[in-house]
Ligand binder design. Structure first.
Ligand SMILES: [Zn+2]
Length: 155
C-alpha cells in the first residue's frame, strides 16, 4: 500500500497492488483516482485497487507533503476558517472572474476539515468555473505569511 497524489485533482489516495501471484505476466494496469476518476497505468503482475484516505490521513499527508505552487502558474489563495461565511468565500472567488488565474488554493486555517463544510461543493464548483486547478492546503498563520511572497492571497 502506498499513497499517491492525483496529477489531475491533486488529492491523495491509497494504492494497493492486489493479486500478482503469476510472475512474468506484467501488464499495464489502471490506477484510477477515487476522487475524480482520472486514470493512468502502471505495469503490474496483478491489479491496482485505489481508496480515498480518511480526512485525518489526508490532512496529515498534505501537511507532510505540501503542494508546490509553480512560478509559471498564477495562483490565488483564499484563506478559509470555520467562521468564514459562504458569501465571503464566493465573493472572493467571484473577483477572479477576469483575473486569468491558473489555480485557486484554498488555505484552510484552523482545525476543521474544509471539505466537510456544507457549502464545500458550491465553493469547489465555483472555483473550477474560474481556474483550471483547485487545491486545498491546511495552513498555519506562519505558512500564510511565508506564502505571501509566492502567491496572491485575496484580502
Ligand atoms: Zn483525482
Amino acid at each position: 500500500m502506498r499513497i499517491e497524489r492525483c496529477s489531475h485533482c491533486e488529492r491523495a489516495f491509497h494504492v494497493a497492488e492486489i493479486g500478482g501471484a503469476m510472475p512474468g505476466t506484467k501488464e499495464r494496469e489502471d490506477i484510477s483516482c477515487p476522487h475524480c476518476r482520472y486514470t493512468y497505468t502502471e505495469t503490474s503482475n496483478g491489479a491496482f485497487r485505489t481508496t480515498p484516505l480518511s480526512a485525518v490521513e489526508e490532512r496529515a499527508f498534505d501537511e507532510a507533503n505540501p503542494i508546490e505552487y509553480r512560478r509559471t502558474e498564477k495562483t490565488y489563495g483564499i484563506v478559509v476558517t470555520a467562521a468564514t461565511p459562504t458569501d465571503e468565500v464566493l465573493a472572493k472567488i467571484g473577483r477572479l472572474r477576469h483575473a486569468c488565474g491558473d489555480r485557486i488554493a484554498i488555505l484552510a486555517l484552523g482545525p476543521d476539515d474544509v471539505r466537510a463544510r456544507p457549502d464545500w461543493r458550491t465553493i469547489a464548483s465555483e472555483c473550477k468555473a474560474m481556474v483550471k486547478h483547485l487545491s486545498v492546503e491546511y495552513v498555519t498563520q506562519a505558512r500564510i505569511d511565508a506564502l505571501v511572497s509566492q502567491i496572491s492571497i485575496l484580502a
